[in-house]
Design a protein around this ligand. Structure first.
Ligand code: HPA
Length: 293
């Protein structure tokens, strides 16, 4: 898709959205959580909830996917002020990469410091099982490398620098805290670490494509997350990424298996509760670590 000027928003547009939200809630979240496919239940766990359907929020995109509710939920999770996206935006819905990442800059203006991003992903690593939770160590963006980057176009220094580094996209300390949380919860037998690869979707990968992604060093593949992480890092947010492995990617022409959205939704239900526990526990630890400062 050609670069379209009208796809890009000025700082003032993000600010208008942030001001609108600020005028309607006294909550000042420090952590934003993006709930991936089938993982929206996390937002229901918040205490003192204030809910904004996306269609009510000025300039906010609309979510069109089954399994994604389309609401911004403010509240406290394990005592920590959070804002949850119950439903995210995907490139395959027809949104530009800049629209997909719209909420991130609103969060930044609202004072959010940490982004926890979750997703459903297909397992490429042969050691991964359906139901594993993969903490994202790094990413490969197939279409980012090809030019579909949300930071393309004029740079606004109020958000960040022209050429941000991505070698530190997923923060080591947050990953460590997530691992500690997994250990304390007795989850270590299904916690993995790995590289998430973004593909545009909406179709799943061919066998040849899956083999290529595996050979490139990807452990899991999915259709989201990377644009939001790039924009979050650009404006200095600390990022933790978590993938729920909902299917094993088909790698052999002899296999009768094939990926489907129903399979992804089914698998996410099975482990959704554990993932919620992990994030909730982690939030408690984050609270403790900021108190100690
Ligand atoms: N491929 C791409 N995206 C996905 C998959 C997959 O196998 N599973 C869940 N999201």
């Amino acid at each position: 898709m050609a670069y379209a000027e009208e796809d890009r928003n000025s700082y003032e547009v993000y600010q208008e959205t942030a001001d609108w939200l600020r005028a309607r809630t006294v909550q000042r979240p420090k952590t934003a959580i993006i709930c991936g496919t089938g993982l929206g239940g996390l937002a229901d766990l918040l205490d003192n909830k204030i809910v904004f359907p996306y269609e009510d929020i000025p300039h906010f995109p609309r979510s069109t996917v089954v399994g994604h509710a389309g609401r911004l939920v403010f509240g406290d999770l394990n005592g920590q002020p959070c804002v949850c996206m119950q439903g995210r935006f995907h490139y395959y819905e027809g949104h530009s990469v800049s629209t997909v990442t719209f909420p991130i800059r609103v969060f930044f203006i609202l004072g959010v410091e940490i982004l926890i991003v979750t997703n459903a992903a297909g397992g490429l690593n042969p050691h991964f099982q359906v139901g594993d939770i993969m903490l994202i160590r790094d990413h490969i963006s197939t279409f980012g490398l090809g030019g579909q980057n949300p930071l393309r176009g004029p740079n606004d220094e109020r958000f960040g620098v022209r050429f941000p580094s991505m070698s530190d996209a997923y923060e080591q300390d947050l990953l460590g805290l997530a691992m500690e949380s997994a250990q304390e919860l007795g989850f270590l037998n299904f916690i993995r670490e790995g590289v998430y690869c973004l593909v545009a979707g909406p179709c799943y990968e061919t066998i040849a494509e899956s083999r290529m992604l595996q050979a490139l060093g990807a452990d899991a593949v999915g259709m989201s997350t990377v644009p939001e992480v790039i924009v979050a890092r650009h404006c200095g947010l600390r990022v933790l990424g978590i993938s729920l492995i909902t299917n094993k990617v088909v790698m052999s022409y002899n296999s009768q298996e094939k990926a489907s959205h129903e399979e992804v939704l089914r698998a996410s239900v099975v482990r959704a509760e554990d993932l919620q526990k992990l994030v909730t526990h982690l939030l408690g630890k984050l609270g403790e670590s900021t108190k100690a400062l």
